[in-house]
Design a binder for this molecule. Structure first.
Ligand code: FCB
Length: 454
């Protein structure tokens, strides 16, 4: 398996790290922030492991100046963060909370002062509770509110933030939050998930237009969680099962965004989708974007089970603490396939990384060779995809810091920086130093000699 050779990446490739508001900020009652669905959900007994909440998280709201200095030490080109909608609009729409916007203003300025490009996501799952109370993503009015919110934020930050993402992983928010009940808002109805998916896609399209109105120079995209689905065998049944999984996870979002239509096989199988589609919706969802953000951690191996597709385990592969298979080729195949089938103008790998059971040893360090190896081999897969024509322009490690991992609370550590939660001390892990050296390798690489012709 090839690893990460820095020279397989273009010189202007962006090396980044990613985070999300509710997972790191804390300060949930500060400066006029409104309640989000994640505050409500995590305060509900039995929803999050150990009763953990994001009330303090990494306290990034206060500690961002030192974290930005750590990013500088790492040599990051870019930092991906998300904006907490209820900080900006505590009721979801209407009165703007200037103090909430001020925080992102300060963060953006601190990043730019260190030469770090801000990549801003508008929605990473923290819906204002006030909107949830009116139906949340199950209703179209939330999509309208999102477009207003997008325009407000882009108007304030768009003179400095060039890269915008409307949504993070709408599939996860729709299904895990509305059908599986394991994420906020904790609903358990497939019909609600389908409605949420439609309104998320619609609000994405409207959001793209809103950002462009407020910040005409912006590069705008969306972040999808995509997985390559491999049939367990080459039997027609397993192939059909893998195609179904691909439809439900990948094409459900890729087709509307890049082709302006829902996949025909999905519409046939799932009668819940079509009734939501109103005139103009599909056109709105297909608003041209400048880049696709791809989050990828694992692949699927799919067989045809008696009740539909079944996910298979690979007995030969390592798995992370999340129970996710380590399979870098899956990212390679995914990037090449998405490029071939949808021709995005550019791709950023906006999340990739691994949770392992990190501990601080007697010298105070955190040795995480498995994470380093994960990153090295997955980055190598990105390099191969670029060599084979995928227009990948950047890569973001998930995550910069250990953080609140949704339903798992603080039990899963994804950071390349360890967070000692009782003291909130930051401790760069070995993988941090590996990534730092990797990035520096590009900067120090000797420039190729100019080709002399004629
Ligand atoms: C992704 C999420 C991110 C984090 C990682 C591990 O699905 O976008 O917030 O939880 O998984």
């Amino acid at each position: 398996m090839s690893t990460a050779r820095i020279d397989s990446f273009p010189e202007d490739f962006i090396w980044g790290a990613a985070t999300a508001s509710y997972q790191i900020e804390g300060a949930v009652h500060e400066d006029g922030r409104g309640e989000s669905v994640w505050d409500r959900f995590s305060a509900t007994p039995g929803k999050v492991r150990g009763g953990d909440t994001g009330a303090v998280a990494c306290d990034f709201y206060h500690r961002y100046p030192e974290d930005v200095l750590l990013m500088k030490e790492l040599g990051l080109d870019a930092f991906r963060f998300s904006i907490a909608w209820p900080r900006v609009l505590p009721q979801g729409r209407g009165t703007v909370n200037e103090k909430g916007l001020d925080f992102y203003d300060r963060l953006v300025d601190a990043l730019l002062a260190q030469g770090i490009e801000p990549f801003a996501t508008l929605f990473h799952w923290d819906t204002p509770q006030a909107l949830e109370d009116e139906g949340g993503w199950r209703v179209r009015s939330t999509a309208e509110a999102f477009a207003e919110y997008a325009e407000i934020v882009a108007a304030r930050l768009g003179d400095r933030v060039k890269f915008w993402m409307t949504h993070n992983e709408p599939w996860v928010h729709a299904w895990i939050g509305h059908s599986w009940g394991q994420h906020a808002p904790g609903l358990t109805s497939e019909a609600d998930a389908v409605a949420a998916a439609h309104h998320l896609l619609l609000s994405h399209g409207w959001g793209v237009d809103a950002i462009r109105r407020a910040a005409p120079e912006a590069q705008v995209g969306i972040v999808l969680n995509l997985h390559h689905a491999y049939p367990h065998s080459d039997s027609p049944e397993d192939e059909a099962a893998a195609w179904q999984v691909d439809g439900e996870g990948n094409r459900w979002f890729l087709d509307p965004i890049f082709r302006g239509s829902y996949p025909a096989d999905l519409l046939e199988r799932n009668a819940l989708v079509a009734p939501h589609v109103q005139d103009g919706d599909l056109q709105a969802m297909a608003a041209p974007i400048d880049f696709l953000g791809v989050n990828n951690y694992f692949r699927f191996i799919v067989s045809a089970g008696p009740d539909g597709p079944r996910m298979e385990h690979n007995p030969e592969a390592p798995y992370t603490e999340m129970g996710w298979e380590v399979y870098p080729d899956g990212l390679y195949e995914l990037l090449v396939r998405v490029s071939d089938d949808y021709a995005p103008r550019a791709i950023y790998v906006t999340e990739n990384g691994a949770a392992f059971g990190d501990v601080r040893v007697h010298d105070g360090a955190v040795h995480d060779p498995e994470r380093t190896s994960y990153l090295e081999t997955y980055i190598g897969a990105v390099g191969r995809a670029i060599a084979d024509g995928a227009p990948v322009k950047g890569y973001f490690v998930w995550s910069f810091l250990d953080n609140f991992e949704w339903g798992h609370g603080y039990s899963k550590r994804f950071g390349i920086v360890y967070v000692d939660y009782p003291t909130l001390e930051r401790v760069p892990k070995d993988s941090f130093y590996w990534y730092r050296d990797h990035i520096a390798g590009r900067r120090d690489a000797p420039k190729p000699a100019p080709v002399v012709t004629g």
